[in-house]
Ligand binder design. Sequence first.
Ligand SMILES: *Cc1c(COP(=O)(O)O)cnc(C)c1O
Length: 385
Amino acid sequence: MNPRNADSARTPAWDPKTLLVAGGRPAHGYDAPVNHPVTFTSTYHSKGQAAPGERVYARFSNPTWDPFEQVLGELEAATLPALVFSSGMAAIAAALSIVPEAGVLVMPRHSYNGSLALSSELQEAGRLSIRPVDIANTEEVLAALDGADVLWVESPTNPMLEVADLPALLAAAKAKNTVSIVDNTFATPLLQQPLNHGADLVVHSVTKYLSGHSDVIMGALVTSDEQLHSRLHGYRTLHGAIAGPMDTFLALRGVRTMSVRIDRSQSNSQVLAERLADHPKVQAVRYPGLPSDPGHERAAKLMGGFGSVIALEAGSSAQEADRVLDALKLITGATSLGGVESLAERRARHASEPASVPASLIRLSVGIEDVEDLWADLDQALEQL
Ligand SMILES: *Cc1c(COP(=O)(O)O)cnc(C)c1O
């Protein structure tokens, strides 16, 4: 850990729930604040030639990043602090920069549509070539690793909620010298820690569960590889997609409550998924917490919970699903996920979504409201069909 970040006295063996609350605090001391101040500056007083570790300029470093980067690094069981970026996509762009020129990228056919769009754009420009895979099909992914430079994993996938056999895929990538990158936005480090299974790099849209209140756009990368860390730090400094100090403050403030938020949103999700699966107006429900879900057994074995996103096919057409969305009164019809408030969106409305995502599929990000109020809202909206 960067000694600059190691400013709170503590035992190294804290449970992640404690780390969320107590990590990245100023050292105890009378009159010391319990939160670090937010540093709004573009530059630092510095003398002569920049010495190693000197801040110099706020595109290179900002003290407001340090506690967040420390906490996220430790949550992901990394030996180095995370690197914050201005958005999840900025972090993804930095992560994709490590694919060698004309390299082969193994990519889940269902993943966040921004990751798909950016990697496709890079392929069209001749920068890399993509091997699309069903990330839940381990055999298929292992076969695609032959001669591949980078393996991209998202699990559970957005929005199809497929669950990857993370340990098997990451071990195979390591054995073949394929660099592995895991987008851990959906699971968060509370439910799975990809570095512990051998991932080289973890990507986060901090916008989602880490911040948790739909008021911040931010991203992060996490690695224990010093060379990779220094390369990505250099990329961030030169490309300049840095996180703002106020956003980073809000993100750390959000992190403090992440374990209670996720406890509630997961238990709400389990109840809603079970009731939706029994609802006559619902054609299909995907949620790894349902025993009938194809990803259930794997998720139960590998993850610390089933997450808080449900994919449901409401009715059998885009029009019917839109009617349900329009009828929602409590749940907001909006893109994004991972906030305290429940959001729902028909994913295929985005042209960038893969054609295999059903037209009527609604992605429901379950929040922390009272579960009966959420159910009443869904039930009355489904009655419109
Ligand atoms: C939202 C999201 C992203 C992109 O993050 P932004 O912060 O919106 O740039 C990347 N991956 C996943 C899985 C996401 O849900």
